[in-house]
Design a binder for this molecule. Structure first.
Ligand SMILES: [Zn+2]
Length: 167
């Protein structure tokens, strides 16, 4: 028997329930621990604005797709002069901003894409229960490469000549 804790994608996500989907796969209902720290001014808020649900694809279980239905708290900033009137808690502990997969699922996509390439990675990931297209795999690899490598500061040009040398 797998406990709810084992379905959690991170330590600050408490799992409320797990449901088998009619279309196949698992739906995990989780709540992100509320923090309420404004990303703009850094003040701590106690004024809750509401909740929003974010869906993230997670690592597969039993060869089936796992989707996390994560409830994230939305807050009102207490500072009247702050340009950020409302804000959501960060999900950075489990996923990048605007990501559709958890970081650990992203890592699997990145590693398989790096090792095998776009289409083979797509086929392997589909068999594992992570349905992503080859375009997604390649886009993910590009993003990783761009974020890992610093921009060039010096550009070197190889020596070459217009004519063959007499030697
Ligand atoms: Zn603020």
């Amino acid at each position: 028997m797998i406990s709810k804790k084992h379905w959690s994608p991170g330590s600050d996500v408490s799992v409320q329930g797990v449901k088998r989907r009619d279309s196949g796969g698992w739906l995990v209902f989780g709540v992100l621990a509320p923090r309420g720290i404004c990303p703009d001014c850094g003040l701590h808020s106690r004024r809750r604005h509401g909740w929003r649900q974010k869906r993230l694809q997670d690592l597969p279980a039993h060869g089936d797709k796992v989707t996390i239905a994560l409830w994230v708290c939305r807050w009102r900033c207490p500072a009247s002069t702050c340009p950020q009137r409302t804000f959501s808690d960060y999900t950075s502990s489990i996923a990048r901003p605007f990501a559709r997969r958890t970081s650990r699922a992203d890592d699997i996509v990145g590693h398989l894409g790096h090792a095998t390439g776009g289409r083979p990675a797509e086929r392997l990931l589909r068999r594992l229960g992570v349905g992503v297209s080859d375009d997604t795999v390649l886009r993910h690899l590009k993003q990783r490469a761009e974020s890992a490598a610093p921009p060039p500061t010096v550009i070197g040009i190889d020596d070459w000549s217009w004519r063959k040398s007499p030697t």
